[in-house]
Design a protein. Structure first.
Length: 139
């Protein structure tokens, strides 16, 4: 498996990166992000790219991938609905379509993590919410 990982420096992405590097079936992991992970590994290839929404600029590095782990996330607190929608929905769909065009049959794995709800009374009984979706894209 040749994987692409977006969001490798975040909480969820760090875990995904660790598992990819440990998995014997993973041949290579291409990280696309705004900052380096600081890790060294034979399977690991990093591409520092300030604007993830502009993936066509680096499309030569994206072909030949079997899977994408999309672990980018943002807290909604303090954001307006338009900005939050752009970062969580528009960006995800844009990346998915770009990768599907370059890699027919790629599987997009969307992973997100948030603390819900925010009241102290509920944190004891239901502290975390994990979202995972596996979407086969055919373009």
């Amino acid at each position: 498996m040749n994987a692409i990982l977006l969001g490798a420096t975040g909480m969820v992405g760090q875990g995904v990166l660790r598992e990819c590097l440990l998995d014997p079936e993973a041949e290579s992991v291409l990280i696309i992000g705004r900052s380096a992970t600081g890790q060294q590994h034979g399977k690991l290839h990093e591409n520092i790219h300030n604007d993830v929404s502009d993936l066509p600029v680096i499309k030569g590095r994206l072909s030949g991938s079997d899977a994408c782990f999309f672990c980018l996330g943002v807290l909604a607190a303090g954001m307006n609905e338009e900005a939050y929608g752009h970062l969580t929905y528009d960006l995800t769909i844009s990346v998915a379509w770009t990768l599907a065009k370059l890699n027919p049959g790629i599987t997009l794995n969307y992973l997100s993590f948030s603390v819900l709800p925010f009241t102290r009374a509920h944190i004891v009984s239901a502290p975390y919410h994990f979202v995972f979706a596996r979407i086969p894209w055919s373009g």
